[in-house]
Design a protein. Structure first.
Length: 251
């Protein structure tokens, strides 16, 4: 579980260029933390500065400052796949929101959201869930479920024992570093196994992988354990995308 419950301040990067926007985003961190949540400390800086800080694991990205938001997010994900992103973007662009979630964004709020709402989104993703409009998540799950069912018309993925172990831990929202420690292998080896899993299942990223492996037929044919009830050693709130309450937080 995250340090969210132990009271230690959590540093959150804020990526924006405009002084007025920066001042507005600073208000997010003036809100008092919810019960059981740690204080949040903002870290303002430029693109390179924030991405080069290995201790910074959460980043608020203001798409208002970028002409191509999806390209910016893809760049961040390539550079820092371990960084959890909270995106503030335009209202009503469902296609963009879905693309961003598929690209690995953990939370999306539109620019009309008040500081309390954005603060809540940050706290929720630190807990390990996804924050996005309910309608978008419903469309996304339907879309990926169709793709998952279509993939089952071909031969099911044949996973090695180690790939099953890695996938089993991914389903409990473990990071590559945590998986490596659990299995006693190098983090680079875990990354290689994740790449194999993505190719074998046809998933585009870890979120897509979680959705695809939620299909009971695929789990059975590939020999994957049903982890929808989560790992009892960890809080239910760390269940990745989450297939047990509270699985996905919506606005």
């Amino acid at each position: 579980m995250s340090s969210i419950h132990n009271g230690a301040p959590i540093r959150v990067g804020v990526l924006t260029h405009e002084p007025l926007r920066m001042e507005g985003l600073a208000g997010i961190f003036e809100e008092r933390p919810g019960e059981g949540y740690a204080p949040l400390t903002p870290v303002f800086g430029g693109f390179e500065e924030l991405l080069s800080d290995p201790t910074l694991l959460y980043l608020v990205v203001d798409l208002h400052a970028y002409t191509n938001g999806l390209e910016t997010v893809d760049n961040i994900r390539r550079r820092r796949p371990d960084m959890r992103l909270i995106v503030i973007g335009p209202e009503g662009d469902d296609h963009l929101i879905k693309d961003l979630i598929l690209a690995g964004v953990r939370a999306y709020t539109d620019q009309s959201a008040n500081p309390q709402m954005v603060r809540k989104a940050i706290e929720e993703i630190i807990s390990g869930v996804i924050w996005a409009p309910r309608r978008i998540l419903s469309q996304l799950i339907d879309q990926l479920h169709v793709a998952s069912n279509a993939s089952l018309t071909s031969a099911p993925p044949r996973l090695t024992d180690r790939e099953r172990q890695v996938l089993d831990l991914i389903l409990t929202a473990r990071s590559n570093r945590e998986i490596a420690k659990e299995l006693g292998i190098e983090e680079g080896t875990v990354q290689a196994h994740v790449g194999h899993l993505l190719r074998k299942t046809g998933a585009g990223n870890r979120i897509d992988l979680l959705l695809r492996t939620s299909d009971p037929v695929l789990r059975e044919t590939a020999g994957i354990r049903d982890r929808r009830q989560g790992d009892r050693r960890r809080s239910d709130r760390r269940n990745g995308l989450g297939f047990t309450p509270p699985p996905i937080t919506h606005q």
